[in-house]
Ligand binder design. Structure first.
Ligand code: CO
Ligand code: CO
Ligand code: CO
Length: 306
């Protein structure tokens, strides 16, 4: 699996027992704390392996760093944050590469493994599935509010906690169920990643906008216009295949198009198992919400926001 179908990672079958998962991601700093930035960038990179139903095994650092502008301590703290998340994931750091660059960027290339029969693509959702989301949305709008000095210390703390949380436990619980499709929510926002699932699976998806979990106060920030350019881009990019019910609050729509950093898993599984899956996640300390359902067939894939 690779370039032919847009999914979270490339998958290469080695034999009947093991398939390799490979992915690479890096980010520019999104917090003032280099340690937290390192944690978030690592969690974001590792997430694509979890979204494929796999387990990360080895990782390598990728760093672009402006040697003449920033102190080396910033790099050391970033790598320490990343390493803490790598250790939490159980993967092993085996190397990396750094170059001198005008703008600081950090991330990981991650190699994972999965049983070839257990690969979770984003293209096999089935009619009658419910869709579970495992993290609240709004990190893009919150970052804009943080830059505008509108966010409180509590807002910042919550946002950093959400972005630096690994999708590991959510993926472990998911593996106990017959899951049809999975992906993680990142730059295309909740809408974009749902639409990828809809297109790939040739299904019609309904999103219950009132059920979508959001960071505290982020709806107020959306109403104040703290919406990043990426949300508007997503909106024009995905509007052809999306229908928004008139009753849906405009600020809620902004949140659903908001590009996310290190967002949660979107899991599509039979409705009858969805409630149990959410309960099992709660027992493991993972908040999860049923936010939508697969309502029928559709050649191009379609998304309804109600
Ligand atoms: Co992904
Ligand atoms: Co990715
Ligand atoms: Co996947």
């Amino acid at each position: 699996m690779g370039l032919d179908s847009p999914d979270d990672a490339g998958v290469y079958k080695l034999n009947s027992e093991i398939a390799l998962i490979q992915t690479l991601d890096f980010l520019t700093p999104i917090t003032d704390s280099p340690y937290e930035f390192g944690q978030i960038a690592a969690a974001n990179s590792l997430s694509d392996v979890y979204a494929m139903g796999g387990e990360p095994i080895t990782v390598m650092n990728i760093v672009c760093f402006p040697n003449n502008i920033l102190s080396e301590d910033i790099l050391a703290e970033t790598l320490r944050g990343g390493l803490d998340k790598i250790n939490e994931s159980g993967a092993v750091l085996v190397g990396g590469h750094s170059v001198d660059d005008q703008e600081f960027k950090y991330g990981l290339s991650v190699t994972g493994i999965v049983h070839p029969d257990k690969v979770k693509t984003n293209s096999a959702a089935a009619t009658g599935d419910a869709i579970i989301l495992t993290k609240p949305v709004g990190t893009g709008i919150m970052s804009t509010a943080i830059k505008a000095k509108l966010a409180t210390p509590e807002n910042i703390k919550e946002s950093v906690a959400v972005m630096s949380m690994l999708n590991k436990t959510a993926a472990e619980v998911m593996s106990q169920f017959n899951v049809n499709a999975c992906t993680d929510v990142t730059g295309f926002g909740l809408v974009g990643h749902l639409l990828e699932m809809a297109k790939g699976s040739k299904k019609d998806i309904t999103l219950f906008t009132q059920k979508v979990p959001m960071l505290n106060n982020v709806l107020d920030f959306a109403r104040m216009g703290m919406v990043p350019a990426g949300a508007h881009k997503n909106r024009s990019f995905f509007k052809e295949l999306t229908h928004i019910d008139e009753a849906v609050d405009r600020a809620v729509v902004d949140l659903i198009f908001d590009p996310q950093t290190s967002g949660g898993l979107l899991i599509s599984l039979n409705k009858k198992d969805a409630g149990t899956c959410v309960e099992k996640m709660k027992i493991k300390g993972i908040k999860a919400w049923i936010v939508g359902e697969i309502t029928g067939e559709s050649d191009k894939g379609f998304l309804r926001l109600i």
